[in-house]
Write a protein that binds this ligand. Structure first.
Ligand SMILES: N[C@H](CCC[C@H](N)C(=O)O)C(=O)O
Length: 275
């Protein structure tokens, strides 16, 4: 099989494999095997997800985004920034662009220092829920920022067992049938915000989650009165900034801004994803 050119990129530590699939270079019949195979750490390239850039009749391009387990969520904030810069660098779009996702059309602007994307309007806010986790009652809020997110405020972000508590929230009955991503957020006395995320479809903690940072920022705005812009420090140490305008009980003009780094370019051989 002809090797498939790809970029490896990172959005604040959330890493992705990106492929220009406008001429259908990936074997559609073996797509899930390809996604899961190449996202394996150590055995292959390794990534939190894969992005296919494909033709669109209405805007600059359409994307298909896959979590590393092969699932197809509606949106990915860090992946969207990487897809925008990938499209710009490969002449698929200009600095300002729009592309189709399952969550809707995402507008993006590629700057010299980072990429800014317009998020879909947040929906399904649920504040001050109580989740029963292994006999503990945990306060959480949730919102859909393109994908579902639960947000738990904590006093010490370093003390959180993200693998265990994150997984328990991700599969909690309150979020069935689709499940949710689970975010843990510390707002310290100096006003600094630290966030850690267990990601649905990766099924472990990732170093950053764009839609999760947006969820945390909007819930902090609602519950703690934070004003736009809100900057959060992710597990990688990378910082993401969320801009928004309050409108009645909701938010409009929500933007996510952060880096989208090219790590390397390569070509996928079939043995990189077979079995
Ligand atoms: N794992 C998420 C999708 C990717 C979200 C995250 N990587 C982001 O940057 O928004 C889900 O299945 O809901």
């Amino acid at each position: 099989m002809t090797p498939i050119p790809f970029f490896k990129m990172s959005g604040s530590g959330n890493d992705f494999i990106l492929i220009d699939n406008r001429t259908s270079v990936v074997p559609e019949a073996r797509l899930e095997e390809l996604v899961v195979g190449v996202c394996r750490r150590k055995m292959s390239v390794g990534a939190d997800g894969m992005i296919l850039v494909e033709p669109s009749e209405n805007v600059d391009f359409k994307w298909r985004f896959f979590n590393s387990d092969g699932s197809l969520p509606d949106m990915c904030g860090n992946g969207a920034r990487c897809a925008a810069r990938f499209a710009f660098l490969n002449g698929i779009a200009g600095r300002k662009m729009a592309f189709e996702t399952l969550a809707g059309v995402i507008e993006a602007e590629v700057g010299d220092a980072g990429v800014r994307i317009r998020m879909t309007d947040p929906k399904d806010f649920r504040l001050a829920q109580r989740l029963e986790l292994d006999g503990r009652s945990v306060a959480a809020s949730s919102v859909n920022t393109g994908v579902p997110h639960a947000v738990v405020m904590v006093d010490d972000i370093e003390a959180v067992d993200v693998a265990s508590d994150g997984r328990a929230i991700r599969f909690h009955p309150d979020f069935e049938p689709d499940g949710t991503n689970a975010n843990f957020v510390e707002l310290n006395p100096a006003g600094e915000i630290f966030i850690r995320t267990y990601e649905r479809g990766v099924e472990e903690e990732t170093l950053a989650c764009g839609t999760g940072n947006v969820a945390a920022a909007l819930i902090l705005a609602k519950e703690r009165g934070l004003a736009s812009p809100v900057t959060l420090t992710t597990r990688s140490g990378g910082r993401l900034t969320v801009h928004f305008t309050r409108r009645d009980e909701g938010f409009v003009d929500v933007f996510l801004e952060g880096d989208a780094r090219v790590i390397y370019r390569g070509e996928l051989w079939e043995e990189a994803w077979q079995g």
